[in-house]
Design a protein around this ligand. Sequence first.
Ligand code: PRT
Ligand code: MG
Length: 217
Amino acid sequence: METNQLILALSKGRIFEDTVPLLAEAGITVTENPETSRKLILPTNDPNVRVIIVRATDVPTYVQHGAADFGVAGKDVLLEHGGEGLYQPIDLEIAKCRMSVAVKAGFDYANAVHPGARLRVATKFIETARQHFASKGVHVDLIKLYGSMELAPLVGLSDAIVDVVSTGSTLRANNLVEVEEIMEISSRLVVNQAALKLKRERLQPILEAFARAANRS
Ligand code: PRT
Ligand code: MG
């Protein structure tokens, strides 16, 4: 392991955008724009720090295996991954949203979730959904989807969905209503456990800068 080289795993879009100000606090500027560049390894103003661009759900995997030293991932993604091999020192309070249950307008959810009932739930977040309904004593048939969850209740694939919601406009546009909030979601810094020991000197100032910036916002 090259101990002075650092690789940070980020996903494009809101996580990248919300991490830029945190990097600035650490004196790091990403010198290429992931939205326009085709590169998956982006340079920064620090020759020893590079950013890799991966799918949001793949960030914990890259960090767990040490292909990236650290990364930023949503709590939703971390709960599904399980967090193995990851040290999670800071809630960055970015990319905030909530994990919720939604159903088609008019569906009688309260009546459908009495203990002993059976509900069909479509979601990308199988583990979170399983735990949530188990804690309520509701039996669920979980249907794994990879996107466009909002469609499932509209075409009769499921009774409900479990998805992340921020403004709620996607639900409204599809005639769905949020019937239960499962938890608040924000993104966390995740660090490879071996890198934390072997690269402590390089990582520590960056982690401190991230914590400072996160506490201010
Ligand atoms: O897009 P891709 O399939 O590659 O992966 P992803 O959707 O997991 O990645 P990305 O970049 O969209 O989200 C990264 C992280 O941002 C997630 O893991 C969440 O922790 C967080 N986050 C915050 C959100 C949202 N807000 C959010 N609104 N992730 C997804 N959404 C979706 C929401 O499900 C809806 O479909 O965005 C759509 C718009 O939301 P509304 O409620 O504002 O209409
Ligand atoms: Mg997305």
